[in-house]
Structures are given as C-alpha cells and as structure tokens.
Design a protein. Structure first.
Length: 357
C-alpha cells in the first residue's frame, strides 16, 4: 500500500546500496527492477496463486470438468521435439465436454507464462503521479512481446534435433495450443492479453515482431482471437447467479460472486508476493555510511579512502551503541565492528562514539 501511494518505505535510503552496487530509491522500486534480485520465488508464488484461482473459476463456466487434474504446473512434453522443455508456468489441457452448457473452443490446450515487468524510467521524485514511471505499453511491449519472442531454443540429445526460439513457438502453434503471457506490473497490473481472458477488456494491438519471428506473431494474434476464452469472470458470475441464485459464492457477503472472490484473491497474491520479494531484497542491502555528517552521538567511521561496507552484524552493533548512548549519554564507547572491504575482504574496525551531552 505504501508503494502504491508513493510513501517512503526505506528511511535513509541514500546510505544503502543494492548488491548490484546501485543506489536504492525510497519506494523500493529498484528491488523489483534489479536483475541481481532473482524473481523466481516471486514468479512461482504468483503462479501458484493464479492456479488456485483458475482451478475454482473455470469449472463454473464448464471449460473443464476436473480442476484438480486439468490445471497443471510446468507440465513437461508440451514441445514434442523437446519433451523436457517447459514453456508454460501453468497450462490447461482441454478435454472437449459433451455436457450441456459446456464452453467448447477449438484448442487442445491453453498455456500461461508469468513475467514481471518493471519500468525502465527512474522512479518519480514527486509522490503525486502514482504511475508516472509506468504505463500499460510496458506490459505489452516488454512483457508480453518478450514471452512470444523468446530468446532460447533447445536441442534434443537423443534425436539431435535442434529448434530455434521461434521454432519452439511454432511447435506450440502447430500443436493447436493457445499461449497467454501473464504480464504483471510493479503494482500488480495485468497485461492486456491476460486481462482480456480475465474480465473481457479490450487488448492492445499486437506488437510488431521482427521478420524472422513469424511464429511469435502468429501466437500473439491467436492469443486475442475468438479461439481463446475471454471474460471468464463475467461468465462465471452469470452462470453462478443462473444456477445458484442468491447463494454466496464463498460463504460471505464480501465474496458473493466468483468475480469478487477472484479479484480479491489476485490482489492478495500479488501484494503478498511483491512485498515478500522486496523484503527479501532488503536483506541483501549494503549499508554505506559514507556521506554521514558527524553529529553528537553519531558513529565516527574511519576516514580512510578504502571502500568499506558494514556487514549486517556491524550495522546491528551500531544500533546497539546508539541505544546505549540514549541511556547513558556521557559514556565513551569503544567497539570493534565487522566490515567488508572490497580490497581486503572481511575485516574489523575500531569505532568510537559518545561523550554525549
């Protein structure tokens, strides 16, 4: 919530550096955009949360019958020539139902792949424009386009068959599979292709692809075609009220309809996973005391020119020293702090502080 309102969440941010050595902004945006902070746990957490939502929604619209077995995480054997390759974070094999009211589409499977997109522009210094550094085209061009125009292919060690990146997408197309990238922004915004699947919103135009990426463009056009389901939440609401009347979907008036429950769950999943990722990134921050103006009671760091960084234990000891000075202001403290010197490695330093008032 603080990030979305552009409220400061990192005090004294000018004294901290990311492990990539760049400065940290007060809103935590760098933690989401920095490639040094791996987003595997973030992606997997959002994937698992979206799987739980889809498992409960799509049986209502009769797109599938058994959600427990038909919604799969990172299923293998999607690419027949490269059976070990897992191009989808989650996928739904569609066994065409003959029951009345079933939603029949011509595809054999729909696959989804989660990608997080962070703005390339610096974070705004003015807290008023909530999304000044981010817009929808980022999700489309740098998120969804990136998934269609994948950068890696693969080789089958048994058959020695080699597929380029675009040929991998070609096998997905030729297998009659639909591919929907789930592009998520730094505040949990959805990309337009997944949002069309989610609530029926109009998607953005298909982005331009290089001439050597015909299969990528073909997959992108299919993702917003009538072959792909759309507005699953709206259809779930209509089916629920038609069959269940005024019954509460999740047993509470706060989640009376499937769409209300799904949107709440998606918000909880995104906010929780984004917060966990930023919190984990904070544990990797490095404190740089250079630039502190010596004040009464402040720690007097070494005046040498060696680039030194306090370790986590050293930073904790500094806080302890300041606390002791508040209790005994006319005390002179000596303490050896563990530091990290980029030229000498882990070492120790004698610091003094005190004499207070």
């Amino acid at each position: 919530m603080k990030r979305k309102l552009r409220l400061i969440i990192i005090k004294d941010h000018q004294h901290y550096r990311c492990k990539c050595t760049k400065k940290i902004d007060p809103w935590g945006d760098h933690c989401l955009g920095c490639t040094a902070n791996h987003k595997t746990a973030l992606s997997n957490g959002c994937r698992d949360g979206i799987v739980d939502i889809i498992k409960r929604i799509i049986p209502i619209i009769k797109l599938i019958q058994h959600s427990g077995t038909q919604v799969q995480n990172e299923a293998p054997s999607i690419i027949r020539s490269l059976p070990w390759l897992k191009p989808f974070d989650l996928s739904i094999p569609l066994h065409h139902l003959l029951t009345q009211g079933a939603w029949r589409i011509p595809l054999a499977r729909i696959g989804f792949d989660v990608v997080f997109v962070h703005s390339t522009k610096p974070a705004p210094s003015d807290p008023l424009p909530l999304t000044a550094s981010f817009n929808e085209s980022d999700l489309c061009l740098r998120g969804e386009r990136k998934k269609f125009a994948r950068t890696t292919g693969g080789t089958n060690d048994i058959t020695s068959k080699i597929l380029s990146a675009d040929e991998v997408i070609g096998e997905i197309n030729n297998s009659n599979y639909g591919f929907i990238p789930i592009a998520i922004g730094l505040f949990g915004e959805m990309g337009s292709i997944f949002r069309r699947f989610w609530d029926g919103s109009d998607p953005l135009p298909v982005p331009n692809f290089d001439s050597n990426r015909p299969e990528a463009e073909r997959a992108a056009r299919r993702s917003i075609s009538v072959d792909i389901p759309w507005d699953i939440l709206g259809k779930a609401d209509a089916r629920w009220t038609s069959e269940q009347g005024t019954s509460l979907f999740d047993g509470s008036y706060l989640t009376s309809l499937p769409s209300i429950w799904a949107k709440q769950q998606y918000g909880i999943v995104c906010s929780t996973q984004l917060a966990n990722h930023i919190h984990t990134s904070f544990n990797n921050l490095i404190y740089h005391p250079k630039g502190h103006h010596d004040r009464e009671g402040d720690v007097d760091m070494d005046d040498s020119d060696d680039p030194e960084e306090l370790t986590g234990n050293g930073l904790m000891l500094i806080f302890l020293m300041k606390h002791l000075l508040q209790q005994q202001p006319r005390t002179l403290l000596f303490m050896v702090l563990p530091i990290h010197n980029s030229q000498k490695g882990i070492g120790r330093k004698l610091v003094t502080t005190g004499l207070g008032r």
